[in-house]
Design a binder for this molecule. Sequence first.
Ligand code: HEC
Ligand code: HEC
Length: 555
Amino acid sequence: MSYNSLVIRRTWTLVAPVLLATGLSAQIFPAPPEPAGNPSTPGKVALGKALFWDEQLSSSRSVACGTCHRWDSGGADPRTDSVHPGADGVFGTADDVVGSPGVVRHDASGAWLEDALFGVQPKVTPRKSPSPINAAYLTELFWDGRADDVFRDPVTNQVVLASGAALENQAAGPPVDEGEMSHVGRSWTDIANDLPNLTPLALATNVPAALQTFINGQTYAQLFQQVYGTAGVTPQRIIFAIAAYQRALVSDQSPFDRSLVGQYTFTPQENLGRLQFNALCRNCHTDLEASVRFTGPTFPTGRYRNIGVRPFAEDPGRFNVTQVVLDSGKFKVPGLRNVELRAPYFHNGSEATLLDVIDFYARGGNTNVNQDPLIFNILGAISPNDRTNMVAFLRTLTDPRVVNQQPPFDRPTLWSETANVPTTFGTGTAGTGGLTPRANAWEPGLLGNPKVTIGVDRVQPSTFAFIAWDLFANQAPTAVLGHNVYLAQSGAMATSGVGLTQGSGPGNGFASLTFSLPPDPAFAGATLFGQWLLVDANGPVGFSSSNAFGVKLFQ
Ligand code: HEC
Ligand code: HEC
């Protein structure tokens, strides 16, 4: 019998057979602290899980917390082709950031509004999404730590939890953030009024069995009653449940963690990487101290460091919070568990792979102003062989439950990950200035959805817009009067006048149309196709026209 299984037997006599069978060990870290005012219960965690993965929490019904934080991506966002133009507001320059797309700027009626940077395309966050996994051990959240651990009720602004509530404080943000999940001017009261009658996770598929059993066909109003003992969907209760769910997201089963309790032996290569990591990197990345076994991955000292990712004029980081000049360019030292899954790296997503990150350290970073002296120690200390050893070591930080999305990291499939997302296809027909109108559709065609918005951009402002609709379309166009027509002219054709396009300046015009879908299951599986037509003297027969969009209808 090996030493490893002896240890397991001694410590975990009762659970050992199960653990050995699954290959997983019992919890290694101590449970994260929770504020006394928001004790976790299994029901609250399950409710928070439903809310975290429910795109209906956003006013557009298209963005959940989980849209930007997915466990198979280590808690980060797999949509790595989304760009924020950075402080200069210009796309395609050095300060661009790989961020996360949220909602299109829109008002309470659903109508799209022009955003200075993104027009009527989904807005992208100015930083890369960090992971909520193990965030329960931190007292300050975000790359610059601006979310402290005091939770104020978002309606009354009264302090509800005076400490230990960074997750509650943070969760109050995104649902009312106009870049992430919210229409302009949405309040927490609006959200609490919106939620009660909704069917939890109506948009999601593959809901894990335990979560499905918990929901059991109930509405949110009924679930809140069940979890909290009294009726009421309140902002505070929504936030408390989401925070409780995130407190259950403890990742401590990586090979590295298991090595701390004698359940994993590093390969020679991983071990070389580990020794070098200990010498050059662990001073800052203290979540890889052996003591995490007793404390959890906290960052007791030196949470914010300037490693020289980019000039701090582009993003001053911690300085924004403290206004201390020496904090310029400092960012929170991220926990490294599951880092392999979180590419691209750093707060701006500027390094594509782990090897690129090691190269970054080997060359002493990108900019030296106010840089942490520990980075100078690394300069020149990493040989080509060392780099691959270190990457091998960093891969031992991946928790198999995270990458395989097993409990507590199991989750529903988001609507946005399915074939039920709207599509756009084909090419429109140009009008004035050679401009071809572009159709946009990003919201769910859930039958019964009271507000679905579709739109068009890249058109002239103040010109009349309408839509031709059809339930059938061809992927290849038919030429009709000089236009690329995708609608199949099936007889199910209709048109809607939308009115004058809005927007500022040539080519920046846009229009949107919001409609409700009947809750009629007979339409499930059909697709509502359309093409925009815009009055334009320079287009064929006095119009320009867009490519086609298709809103899939489902229940
Ligand atoms: C549109 C994408 C998006 C959505 C939606 C979103 N987040 Fe985030 N999240 C981010 C980004 C980007 C950051 C980092 C922002 C920063 O540091 O300035 C972040 C930071 C966080 C953090 C801090 C992690 C850390 O280590 O500091 C937590 C926790 C978190 N989000 C949870 C949530 C929850 C809960 C929701 C839903 C209520 C949510 N997020 C919705 C993009 C998103
Ligand atoms: C001076 C403190 C410091 C040292 C030394 C240091 N790091 Fe970091 N590390 C940070 C900070 C701070 C960040 C986040 C920087 C940012 O995004 O702007 C970071 C980010 C990372 C990331 C990216 C994580 C993510 O989620 O994007 C990896 C991987 C990493 N470090 C590995 C290493 C390795 C390997 C070494 C040693 C060669 C090392 N670090 C040395 C402070 C440090």
